[in-house]
Ligand binder design. Structure first.
Ligand code: GLV
Ligand code: MN
Ligand code: MN
Length: 410
């Protein structure tokens, strides 16, 4: 096998430098919600590194940033990348690894003097997390033409600002055209964010696809009243309906069985006071499955329960779809290539689907796409405790390097 290898110390330093922006005190994690000041600082840092490598940097209308290294020919690049926004309780690896390892790959290729046949590009997409602006994978969705730019710019954050306003405010409303150009292929390195690789004692995951994602925001409205004077049988309590729904989601996914999962992740009562029956309760439901039909059935059963629970309590319920993406299968040839490269580098490898959403699932609409996974300690992610060992980071980045080289020279 080719002797080219990534420099793990440099990659770890890049991860540490980016994690210092929005660092959550007393932890290794960081908070860089999309299009916040912290996200801007993270973007500025990564773009400086891209320019230091002599790459051509473009920024499009939704703030996606793509840096390209020329090849021997001018055709579409082999592209890698991920995202650098995080959830509010993020780790330093989710997304960031895919972007910074992409930079590392390019640095290694450049300093070897090798000029690949095709250009190589590394990018980061806006608002992959969807934690501030739903849906998730927003930047890559717009990149592939899955949502018109004008619609995306109007999306409102959980704190009230719009995507368009925030892009302008942080100086990242670029002019590169959307939908974006199709790469020759797309490969994303990411931590698994789940327990499978660690449990199996396997170093590398060759990701076969991404499960379907359904996000719904529910608002239940009732009658706000005095907590001491209102007899139980006269209450119209949206808080009770929300709690019953959370209980139902758990029961429903257990009844359906794996790989179905379901989460009530955000709950807000109004006015949220100890002695007031709430006027309204809003909460989110995240349902995921690799099987589209089963996922659709789970959504249907949840809606039926919500209606019955709300009317049983004398409340009304409204729902708003925040995200809905069908399961995605990656390109079999690129998945095989990842597997082959991992084996040639002497790593154990297994195929697995992704439980988390990724920009690669959008890019798969444009070009042959796959992903490389590395282990996540204790399967923990979306938590500052997220951790992947240097040995695993190095293994994953080297598989990325050689997969990209093989595609770029094919
Ligand atoms: C987004 O990354 C998600 O999987 O929630
Ligand atoms: Mn991610
Ligand atoms: Mn994430």
């Amino acid at each position: 096998m080719d002797a080219l290898a990534i420099n793990i110390d440099r990659l770890e330093q890049r991860l540490a430098d980016l994690a210092a922006i929005g660092a959550i005190e007393g932890t290794e994690g960081c908070a860089r919600l999309a299009l916040t000041d912290e996200d801007k600082q993270g973007r500025d840092l990564v773009i400086t590194q891209m320019r230091d490598l002599g790459l051509t940097v473009t920024i499009d209308g939704i703030g996606n940033v793509i840096a390209t290294m020329s090849g021997q020919t001018d055709g579409p690049p082999v592209m890698t990348g991920s995202h650098i926004d995080t959830v509010r309780t993020g780790g330093r690896y989710d997304g960031n690894l895919g972007v910074l390892a992409g930079l590392e790959v390019i640095e290694v290729v450049k300093s070897s003097g090798l000029v690949p046949k095709r250009p190589i590009a590394v990018g980061f997409f806006t608002d992959e997390e969807g934690a501030r602006f739903a849906p998730d994978m927003l930047g890559s969705l717009v990149y592939v033409g899955g949502m018109p730019l004008e619609e995306a710019l109007e999306i409102r954050a959980i704190d009230g600002a719009t995507v368009g306003e925030e892009l302008v405010r942080i100086g990242y409303r670029g002019s590169a055209p959307l939908p974006g150009p199709s790469p020759h292929a797309f490969v994303e390195l990411h931590i698994e964010q789940g327990p499978v690789l660690e449990a199996e004692g396997v170093t590398i995951g060759a990701v076969t696809g991404v499960q379907g994602i359904s996000w719904t925001e529910v608002t239940v409205t009732g009658q706000s009243n005095h907590a001491g004077t209102t007899p139980m049988h006269l209450r119209k309590d949206p808080g009770f309906v929300a709690a019953a729904c959370a209980q139902f989601v758990r029961e429903l996914v257990l009844k359906i069985g794996p790989p179905q999962v379901g989460t009530v992740g955000r709950v807000e009562f109004r006015p949220n006071l100890v002695n007031v029956v709430p006027a309204s309760a809003s909460f989110t439901v995240d349902l995921r499955n690799t099987d589209e039909a089963v996922l659709a059935e789970a959504e249907q059963q949840f809606r039926a329960f919500l209606e019955a629970a709300a009317s049983g309590e004398g409340c009304t319920a409204e729902t708003r779809e925040l995200a809905r993406f069908e399961p995605v299968e990656f390109d079999p040839d690129v998945v095989s290539l990842v597997e082959t490269m991992a084996k040639e580098l002497g790593h154990s490898v297994m195929r697995l689907p992704s439980g988390a959403g990724h920009d690669a699932q959008m890019m798969a609409r444009l070009c042959p796409t796959a992903m490389v996974f590395t282990q996540s300690r204790d399967g923990i992610s979306h938590n500052p405790l997220e951790y992947t060992s240097p040995a695993d980071l190095e293994a994953g980045a080297n598989v990325l390097l050689h997969t990209i080289l093989a595609l770029a020279n094919s």
